[in-house]
Design a protein around this ligand. Sequence first.
Ligand code: AMP
Ligand code: ZN
Length: 148
Amino acid sequence: MSEQPHDEDCIFCRIVDEEIPARTIHEGPETLAILDANPLAPGHTLVIPRGHYETIQGVPDGARAAVFDALGRLVGPIERATGADGSTVGFNNGAAAGQEVPHVHGHIIPRFDDDGGGPIHDVIASPVSLTETELDDIAARIVDAVDA
Ligand code: AMP
Ligand code: ZN
């Protein structure tokens, strides 16, 4: 594997380098999974690529696949170990989305029937209401951007 991008001021790079401690629950050649230090629920886990990439769109193919692979492998054991009824799995991607640590990390948050939490749809307090034409337009613009 080629040398990974690294930021010596990044807290997750420092955890990857074992300069600061973390509760590691899984290690792969391209990923590390640790317990969140300020969990929203017991078993709240972060899956981190070993390389320093700020947002999902900056992660190269191999590491991107490895992050999703780790998320998929870990959700079941985390739910079993915590007795969870489900999980919310997601990324705060960019500061506007609430990302505080600028090193990509996927959250696995165990969910319980009575935990009082909401779905991902609750992250926007005032959802937009778009017309069919507006939906067609944004879909076309995204398709163009993918092809560009
Ligand atoms: P985000 O808002 O998506 O950037 O989330 C950052 C997460 O990292 C938060 O849930 C923090 O509790 C967690 N966090 C920050 N520092 C540490 C650390 N040293 N060890 C484990 N988790 C951390
Ligand atoms: Zn980093």
